[in-house]
Design a protein around this ligand. Sequence first.
Ligand code: SAM
Length: 310
Amino acid sequence: MSESHVEASFSHVPVMLTEVVSAAKNMEDGLFLDATLGGAGHSRAVLESNGGLKLIGIDQDEEAIATASTRLSSFNSRVEIVKANFSQVLEVLAGRPLVGYLFDLGVSSYQLDTAERGFAYRFSGPLDMRMDISAELSAADVVNGYSESELRAVISDYSDEKFAGRIARAIVEARPVLSTDQLAEIVIAAIPHAARRKGGNPAKRTFQAIRIEVNDELDILAESILAATNALQEGGKGLVITYHSGEDRIVKSVFSALSMSTDPPGLPKPVDIPSFKKSSPQVIRPSEAELTSNSRSQSARLRVIERVAA
Ligand SMILES: C[S@@+](CC[C@H](N)C(=O)[O-])C[C@H]1O[C@@H](n2cnc3c(N)ncnc32)[C@H](O)[C@@H]1O
């Protein structure tokens, strides 16, 4: 697909945009990191909301990079775009301090809705699921190459799927599995009839788990968020939007560790004063109106951390 065709068809409604903009518009002049550029919906609104912000945007998906480059071109030198994994955030920032950052995790609607990218159980496509198409591991390698016990662990650890064992066995018995629709059929058939009726498409959880494995989504998260948070200058705010409990648990524990006082209980004076504080409430959910208008927002949770004077 040509770059202009990708840009024209790249559709993604940014989640919790109002909440992100209301944080960004009060930020001091300086550098804002969008670690998950996607279609640049958040980035564009952040830049429009606060003329004192410059933006550095990262994505590992070259179609997102091409789209964001076009959509943010009118901001000229206020924007720098880098194709990178956000685990490389320290190299990308090269010591520059941040007034704010956003991680809007997971995949974009464009990635999910483009059959050839192989993310979707709803379409027939290749078993791919790589956000970075130059990466080595694809969904086909996981589905056709992992042992039954490795597959069961991936499905159960990354999606809390109750029937991970049955699904893993069914996949191994059906090999080779060649397409997303074939995989979806195998997964659905492995789930008992009664359980298939609850909670949307029964293949959704397994597809999510395989995608997380292919893109190594959880292993890099804590370190990446820690690195970006440490780059915040005093008064700087970090925002992370997660879409499932595995991601949210990691963000919660990083933010809690950073903002925890190390005072031994019972001692009169603080031994170490934390330089970060979590927002209150700790978890912000989309408004009722957003939940109704954008189904992708339904599992979203926003957590915010701020660097305060030490
Ligand atoms: C939910 S979308 C972001 C949408 C964006 N906020 C917008 O308004 O259009 C997530 C994006 O993050 C990218 N992404 C996910 N994990 C990444 C990682 N480890 N490094 C770099 N980009 C990543 C995906 O390729 C995808 O484009």
